[in-house]
Design a protein around this ligand. Structure first.
Ligand code: CP
Ligand code: NVA
Length: 296
């Protein structure tokens, strides 16, 4: 596989290999990517993803160049296929964050270098790979755990569905009607060992959770729906009251950035159950593994 666009393109064994590589490289300072350059093309803002790729590239002895949408002729209508061909001859890989997932596919089809999905409207595979690194470090065994996702059936939720189903984690998705995850991704997950259930009532959904995960109610690109979404998602807040329904020990996850007081409260995100800072740090570790695997 030339690119890292979608977790569905990889077998469980390949994903486990990436996680093992993450562990191996975490303590290594070998400069495996000396002389290599990563191009970062970001149509949307980022803290963790851009930082982690730039730091990881540096740690591996390589270099990176970061472009916001307005820095490129992309903002003036230059076709993605042209940008792909220009970058192909000067850098060794691209990490791209795009509004439309289709843009990544176009980039991939027209570039001979590896393309890494740094988030699209549909999926966020790098985030979920890092989340699973955290889970593997925390839990002896992932199979048969229950992860409850509370909130919008968005890019993060879609990628969690793919990864949980492959690793045999049962996932409850608690989202309001009309904000369900992607249908095709749900269908593909059915062929995998982990069971995915939609449970509209967040209280019921968290009862058996080992992991409670949430993400923003308004993703990048959805700002015009803000007022409507604030009303629709009100019941889907991860707060102490909701978590009092969880029966056993649990951890709380959030990909960040978080909106304290909306999808999660300050108290919960700062509680000892929260592993959000481990998630953010693991982004750098899994970025190292991804860059090594795809660019070396
Ligand atoms: N979680 C995540 O992708 O964060 P950024 O948007 O800051 O990159
Ligand atoms: N769902 C969020 C994730 C941010 C990391 C978004 O797409 O904005």
């Amino acid at each position: 596989m030339k690119d890292f666009l979608d977790l569905r393109d990889f077998s469980k064994a390949e994903l486990i290999n990436l996680l093992s590589l993450t562990k191996k490289l975490a303590t290594s300072d070998k400069k495996y990517l000396e002389g290599k350059i990563l191009g970062l093309i970001f149509e949307k803002p980022s803290t963790r993803t851009s930082l982690s790729f730039m730091v990881a590239m540096k740690k591996l002895g390589g270099d990176s160049i970061y472009f916001k949408q307005n820095d490129l002729q992309l903002s003036r209508g230059e076709p993605i296929k042209d940008i792909a061909r220009v970058f192909t001859r000067q850098v060794d890989g691209i990490a791209a964050r795009v509004y439309k997932h289709k843009s990544l596919e176009e980039l991939s089809e027209n570039a001979d270098i590896p393309i890494i999905n740094a988030l699209s409207d549909l999926i966020h595979p790098c985030q979920i790979l890092a989340d699973f690194y955290v889970l593997k470090e925390r839990f002896e065994k992932l199979r048969n755990l229950t992860l409850t996702y509370v909130g919008d059936g968005n890019n993060v939720c879609n990628s969690l569905i793919t990864m949980c189903s492959k690793f045999g984690i049962n996932m409850n998705v608690s989202c309001p009607e009309g904000y369900d995850p992607n249908k095709k991704i749900l269908r593909d997950a059915k062929k995998q060992p982990g069971k995915i259930t939609i449970e509209r009532d967040p209280k019921k959904a968290v009862e058996n959770a080992d992991i409670v995960y949430t993400d923003v109610w308004i993703s990048m690109g959805e700002e015009s729906e803000k007022e409507k979404r604030l009303k629709v998602f009100k019941k889907y807040k991860v707060n102490s009251k909701l978590l009092s329904n969880v029966k056993s020990d649990y951890i709380v996850m959030h990909c960040l950035p978080a909106h304290r007081g909306l999808e999660i409260t300050e108290k919960v995100i700062e509680s000892s159950n929260s592993v959000v800072w481990d998630q953010a740090y693991s982004r750098m570790l899994t970025s190292k593994a991804l860059l090594y695997h795809f660019l070396k």
